[in-house]
Design a protein around this ligand. Structure first.
Ligand code: SF4
Length: 399
């Protein structure tokens, strides 16, 4: 038997992939432990240079406290020399996500005793339904490191949702790189049907989507989200830029007007959050200001800002025209606007009721994924009825 720890960097798909390796090692009879252990698995991210540098740092740190370190995930699959020069106990696993648990477990070796409770998070489970992307946005390295879009059979997804609920998870997040591409043609499922059926699993309190491209926010999906009582009132819809020229050059396949038009009917009932890339090579001040305007008009309450960095193998790999200080300044402006929008949404909840899912001591999320601060003795995993009493920098204070 080996002792092991698993950590991940990056998005919810990386979280789900890390969980799959963890579950596999537990199934093989290995023992999970925080900190010092025989084996560390570091599931990495390469979405920006910064993410890759952090992944390397994490692998180097793990190499000091573990006998063997497996570097997996997007960063490992990117190739290049990101993990070169690390100690000899660091092994880079270049495999598709579906093959990674098997590759790591095969190397660690099994002892055959079965441990069944494999929870990475006690309250919220990320259930991967789709991986890869068949589009080719000019800046994006994901199709290269994760391959084309493919979907898990609906039956397997629904079985996993049922299993997570039986393990005690209250919330399930359907997760994918490009969720709207979800299809199980044989069983007649698209994402809308999957939402309806996953959301009806008995015992599930909340269902969310990790993120959805605007082109996939169609009538069928919106109806499924509205008509499934467990679906939370939150959607994360990447914008990337609000300027049509930049969007075209990014290869994003929609215009800002489409983004605004499709979200317009949802903005009153749903908390809308997004991703934006700042400092794309052809983004000038006017284009950036257009992004600020579109984010405001769409009613986005939280924007995850990614300062552009060229990724190897992409169409913009050799382009990085916007100076670092300009990227920094624009990022700060967009983050400030995002924080102001977020505070204003939180303030609108003062005096109003909500139901909070407590996911750690003293904290949780409302139905629309707004953060709440609840009394520290509220049991983790509980759904509690609250009333907004005030707002802090970290969330809404529950009365
Ligand atoms: S940014 Fe574009 S290419 Fe990258 S994962 Fe999203 S849709 Fe696919």
């Amino acid at each position: 038997m080996a002792t092991f720890s698993v950590r991940f960097l990056g998005c919810k798909v990386s979280h789900a992939d890390a969980h799959a390796v963890r579950e596999r090692l537990l199934r093989d009879g290995h023992l999970e432990r925080d900190g010092h252990a025989d084996v560390a698995v570091v599931n990495t991210c390469c979405v920006t240079n910064e993410a890759l540098a952090k992944s390397r740092k994490e692998a180097a740190r793990a190499a000091r406290t573990h006998r063997r370190v497996y570097v997996t995930g997007c960063g490992a699959n990117l190739g290049g020399d990101a993990f070169a020069g690390l100690p000899d106990n660091v092994h880079v696993v270049v495999r598709r996500s579906e093959e990674t648990p098997e590759a790591v477990a095969g190397d660690v070796g099994a002892i055959g005793c079965v441990q069944s409770d494999a929870r990475l998070d006690r309250v919220r489970a990320f259930v991967k339904v789709q991986d890869g992307c068949s589009f080719s946005c000019s800046f994006c390295v994901i199709p290269l490191v994760r391959g084309p879009s493919r979907s898990r059979p609906a039956e397997a997804v629904l079985a996993e949702v049922r299993r997570r609920v039986a393990q005690g998870h209250r919330e399930v997040v359907l997760t994918g790189i490009n969720l709207g591409c979800y299809r199980d043609r044989g069983a007649g499922f698209d994402l809308a049907r999957l939402v309806r059926e996953a959301g009806s699993v008995p015992g599930l309190a909340r269902l969310r989507l990790s993120s959805i491209e605007i082109n996939h926010v169609n009538d069928a999906l919106v109806a499924a989200l509205r008509e499934t009582p467990t679906v939370s009132r939150h959607l994360h819809v990447p914008l990337q830029s609000g300027d049509d020229r930049v969007l075209r050059e990014m290869g994003r396949r929609y215009a800002s007007a489409t983004y605004l038009r499709r979200l317009e009917p949802l903005r009153e009932e749903v908390n809308l959050t997004s991703d934006v890339i700042v400092g794309f090579p052809t983004e000038d001040e006017r284009a950036f200001e257009q992004t600020l305007r579109v984010a405001e008009r769409a009613g986005l309450t939280k924007v995850h800002v990614f300062p552009y960095s060229p990724r190897p193998g992409t169409r913009t790999a050799d382009l990085d025209a916007v100076r670092p200080e300009v990227k920094k300044e624009r990022s700060a402006r967009l983050r400030a606007a995002s924080h102001a929008a977020e505070l204003s949404r939180w303030r609108s909840k003062v005096g109003a009721d909500d139901v909070v899912l407590v996911d750690r001591s003293g904290r949780g999320y409302g139905d629309d994924y707004s953060p709440w601060l609840v009394p520290a003795d509220t049991p983790v995993g509980e759904l509690v009825r609250v009333r907004g009493a005030g707002v802090t920098e970290e969330g809404i204070l529950a009365a």
